[in-house]
Write a protein that binds this ligand. Structure first.
Ligand SMILES: Nc1ncnc2c1ncn2[C@@H]1O[C@H](COP(=O)(O)OP(=O)(O)OP(=O)(O)O)[C@@H](O)[C@H]1O
Ligand SMILES: [Mg+2]
Length: 491
């Protein structure tokens, strides 16, 4: 068999980044980013709190320096320098309800907002950090905290938010750079791990499927399971089993097809040769020699049978029977024609009963139904001939028919030995049902195919013997209803 054509592009490998690998990478990157964000937000809030606390500590040292000075008065320039070094604008210390301005410029600044570091909850800290970013460091903020190195209740500061904002931006950039490097490393690790564990095996599976579907008869394309114990390993084993079954089935079908072709060819040529032999034997029949007269009819009959057998085989070898050309006709006449032909067959002494009512009509292809009846009645005659060669005149074949609503039911009954158990198992299967010497096992298979083409069915109603009854059901074609609207859909 030639390699099947693939739909455009399906043979090419799935592109690396629009396939599974690309999706895995993008998903890994997104998840890592979400993870980083979840870590970053609280950490920047924490950074801000720590930065402010550090400012408080520096301010405490400046305040201690002022308090240590003699009579606690310092020059203006020293005050300015202390404030600048501490990075704050105002320092106030509170001790037991007395509030004391330790360091402040000449004109104290206006405070935009203030924060109490003692009771900042994590959520508030996050919100406050967001606000710092939003205002871009353009505020003067007040900070209240408990001093760590001074003997005091509280330290209050006022400071410019800009240095805090800049420090937070630097911190964010650092974290972002670190995150990106981390994400890249993790994504690469994930990429290699997933590729090894998942993507490559799946790609191997799909490549094998594509290759196998190109030529399912080529057994070298059946997948070799890798021996993995996970779901992919199971899929590989299942796929191997499926591919093996399919390859077996295909090679069997091919063998049968070529056998069928060979049989058809042999039958065709044999039929032609037998036809010439038939002509010669017809001439032989005219010779008046008594021995020749005794054997010539038998020779002619068996030649006839051989020709019919070849013709049947040829017909069956054709892809399909033509669709039935159906008409309404009186069934009794057709049965008479079949019986007439069988009666003229030399050895037949069987008694035939045509019990089909005169008025009964069948809706079928006349020629095809003729072949079906011929097969069934001939089978009955052959069964009787084989069972009772001496008392053949006692053999009877009854053909009956009746209507059951829109179906015509025909029965062929004989009083022979019944259908053998072995024959019943494959009765309507070509070449398999025959239990008769010289039979091919095609008669019932052909009959069944013809009846099914009429939408009907054929079955053995009673075959366990004595006698066998075959029944054919042929439903009439669907009639157009009076309004002529059958099958029309309402809008
Ligand atoms: N009326 C019957 N009585 C007993 N056995 C029957 C009867 N009809 C069919 N059979 C059995 O069924 C088998 C299959 O019949 P079928 O017509 O398909 O094949 P065949 O008669 O053997 O060969 P062919 O019809 O192709 O020449 C027969 O060989 C026979 O054993
Ligand atoms: Mg037969």
């Amino acid at each position: 068999m030639s390699e099947r054509k693939q739909p455009h592009g399906s043979r090419s490998r799935t592109p690396r980044f629009s396939g599974l690998t690309g999706k895995v990478l993008v998903l890994a990157a997104i998840f890592l980013m979400v993870g980083e964000l979840l870590v970053f937000v609280p950490s920047i809030a924490n950074f801000r709190i720590n930065w402010l606390k550090q400012r408080v500590a520096t301010a405490e040292i400046a305040a201690l320096a002022v308090e240590a000075a003699a009579d606690r008065s310092i020059s203006q320039s020293l005050r300015k320098e202390l404030l600048e070094r501490a990075g704050v604008l105002v320092i106030v210390v509170r001790r037991d309800d007395t509030r004391k301005l330790v360091l402040s410029p000449d004109s104290p600044p206006m405070i935009d907002t203030s924060f109490d570091l003692r009771e900042a909850s994590p959520v508030e800290a996050i919100i406050d950090a967001g606000m710092t970013f939003m205002h871009g460091g353009n505020r003067v903020i007040g900070v209240v905290d408990k001093p760590s190195s001074m003997k005091a209740n509280l330290v209050e500061l006022a400071l410019d938010e800009h240095p805090l904002f800049e420090a937070m931006v630097r911190y964010a950039i650092n974290i972002l750079t670190l995150s990106i490097i981390l994400a890249l490393i993790l994504a690469a690790l994930l990429f290699f791990a997933l590729n090894r564990l998942l993507v490559n095996p799946v790609r191997r599976l799909s490549a094998n499927m594509q290759s196998f579907s190109g030529n399912p008869e080529d057994r070298s394309r059946i997948i070799e399971p890798s021996g993995r114990r996970d779901e992919i390993g199971v899929a590989e084993v299942e796929l191997q089993q499926m591919q093996t079954e399919l390859a077996d089935m295909l090679s069997q079908k091919n063998r049968l097809a070529s056998l069928g072709l060979a049989v058809s060819k042999v039958s065709h040529d044999l039929r032609n040769m037998l036809a010439s032999a038939q002509l010669i034997s017809d001439r032989l029949g005219m010779v008046e020699d008594p021995t020749v007269q005794r054997f010539a009819p038998k020779l002619i009959a068996s030649l006839d049978r051989a020709i019919a057998f070849c013709a049947d085989t040829l017909k069956f070898g054709r892809a399909q029977e033509p669709p039935p050309r159906r008409e309404m006709f009186a069934l009794r006449g057709l049965v008479d024609e079949v019986l007439d032909l069988l009666i003229t067959e030399a050895a037949s002494q069987v008694v035939f009963f045509n019990e089909v009512p005169d008025k009964l009509k069948a809706d079928a292809d006349r020629d095809q139904l003729f072949r079906v009846l011929m097969n069934l009645i001939r089978n009955a005659v052959q069964a009787l001939e084989a069972a009772m060669p001496e008392a053949l005149s006692e053999g009877q074949v009854h053909v009956r028919a009746h209507r059951d609503g829109p179906a015509c039911i025909i029965e062929v009954a004989d009083n022979g030995p019944g259908v053998a158990e072995k024959a019943r198992a494959h009765l309507f299967e070509a070449f398999r049902g025959s239990q008769r010497q010289g039979g091919t096992g095609l008669g019932l298979a052909i009959s069944s195919e013809l009846v099914r083409a009429h939408g009907g069915q054929i079955r053995l109603v009673d075959g366990s013997g004595p006698g066998a009854v075959f029944q054919i059901i042929i439903p009439d074609r669907l009639q157009e209803v009076a309004t002529g609207r059958r099958g029309e859909r309402s809008a």
